[in-house]
Design a protein. Structure first.
Length: 430
């Protein structure tokens, strides 16, 4: 195995790539009793038009199928429920689907070898029938309806829908109830056989475990898996620069108004070829402007303008989008305050250096937790398709000159705005 030092974090990784393309990353901890592992594929809800394995033509599958597939992987032909299997040793198991990935996780303190082998085997042994697919449709549709009734989830979905015109990011990861009705057993096997192949997958394990035992299990279980596909052709979409809908107001069952703001930035407008470097600066700018200790937060709190506020960066192939969500009694005034902050950005070098120290301290602190470590490496493997061993060094190298260069090209006029207002309650006189 190849040894990789995580610079500035006093931690060593061990990596290997099997002949079939599967990537393996081990991060051992001698001072821990627990372990955390993930078996993941670079396949999520964004991919619904592609050339399946064994075919030469593009096929389109229903939206939400990646999430549906994740659910169905937990139904095994032998009737054993993976959750029940893991719980026998006090072990936790779970899975999640994003726009670009699906991962299956296992974490605990006992039966490492047994649980690792089982995790790999149940992900490698799909069991789809017409009957169990139909049964799952009802479960998934209820889940979709449940999230539609959660105001925060509804707002997030509506904002992405208005922000993007054709990019799959505008569609909820779970799809719609109509999408779910279209999914067939054959669709699931098509997606599984195309994207759950070793060259599109990786395993990350951190914690207290024996590297040789782990590698032996992975090699025995996956080393002979031959369905390697070097490249899957996925249909690319050309997302227009302008937002789909710049403003929408809706009345729903809430007590306090909520707002969602989305700002769409074209990556090619910034002369930064390294995507990680660009992401770091984007994240730094947002943290300095809207972080918990920012002047903006202090100002709007003093004006009693919000009861909650959070932001995130949403990244697609061509765009980075700043998404802002808040709960406020005065939506228009808070939106005005946010826009003012973005239109007149002023970041001093002292602010940049202070935040760099905070980030580095957080990186050092997070490496002490095996679950966080696996999650961070997983994010890099999906986002950048590789392990990033020098993130601390990259943060240290961030500088005012590059920051100013990026800020000079940042225009926050391409905006989608969603406002959720409380529905009027009509009471009938008795």
């Amino acid at each position: 195995m190849k040894t990789v030092e995580l610079k500035g974090l006093d931690k060593t990784c061990f990596t290997e790539k099997l002949n079939n393309g599967l990537e393996v990353i081990f991060i051992p901890y001698e001072d821990k009793k627990n372990y955390f592992m993930t078996y993941a594929t670079r396949y999520g809800s964004d991919t619904n038009c592609f050339v399946p394995v064994g075919s030469k033509k593009f096929t389109t599958v229903p939206n939400g199928i990646a999430h549906f597939l994740e659910h169905k992987m937990f139904e095994q032909e032998d009737g054993v429920d993976p959750f029940s299997f893991f719980s026998e040793s006090g072990t936790g198991g779970n899975a999640s689907t994003t726009f670009t990935s699906t991962r299956y996780i296992c974490y605990g303190t006992k039966e490492f070898k047994k649980n690792l082998k089982y995790l790999i085997n149940f992900v490698n042994e799909p069991y789809f029938t017409d009957e169990n697919v139909e049964k799952e449709k009802g479960i998934i549709k209820e889940e979709i309806k449940m999230y539609d009734d959660i105001p925060e989830a509804f707002l997030e979905n509506k904002l992405r829908e208005n922000l993007y015109r054709v990019d799959p990011h505008r569609i909820d990861i779970a799809g719609t109830t109509n999408d779910i009705d279209q999914i067939t057993k054959e669709d699931l096997y098509t997606c599984y056989n195309t994207f759950y192949n070793p060259n599109n997958m990786f395993i990350i394990i951190a914690g207290n475990f024996n590297k040789k035992d782990a590698m032996d299990i992975i090699s025995e279980t996956l080393g002979e898996k031959e369905n390697r596909i070097d490249e899957v052709k996925v249909k690319e979409v050309k997302e227009p620069k302008n937002v789909h809908k710049d403003c929408e107001e809706l009345s729903i069952n809430i007590k306090v108004p909520k707002i969602g703001l989305g700002y769409k930035l074209l990556k090619e407008d910034f002369d930064i070829k390294d995507e990680l470097e660009l992401d770091l600066y984007f994240s730094m700018i947002a943290a300095l402007l809207f972080g918990t200790s920012s002047l903006f937060r202090e100002r709007v709190r003093n004006k009693h303008l919000m009861s909650s506020f959070y932001y995130e960066w949403d990244s697609t192939k061509n765009y980075s989008s700043l998404l802002i969500y808040a709960e406020t009694e005065d939506p228009e005034l808070l939106i005005e305050e946010v826009q003012k902050e973005l239109d007149y950005i002023k970041i001093e070098e002292d602010d940049l250096e202070r935040m760099k120290k905070v980030w580095i301290a957080n990186e050092v602190k997070m490496i002490d937790f095996v679950d966080t470590t696996v999650s961070n490496v997983f994010d890099d493997m999906i986002r950048y398709k590789k392990l990033i061993p020098n993130k601390v060094d990259l943060i240290r190298k961030m500088n005012k000159k590059t920051l100013d260069k990026i800020l000079a090209n940042m225009k926050f006029n391409n905006r989608a705005k969603v406002i959720l207002l409380p529905s009027k309650i009509i009471t009938k006189e008795k």
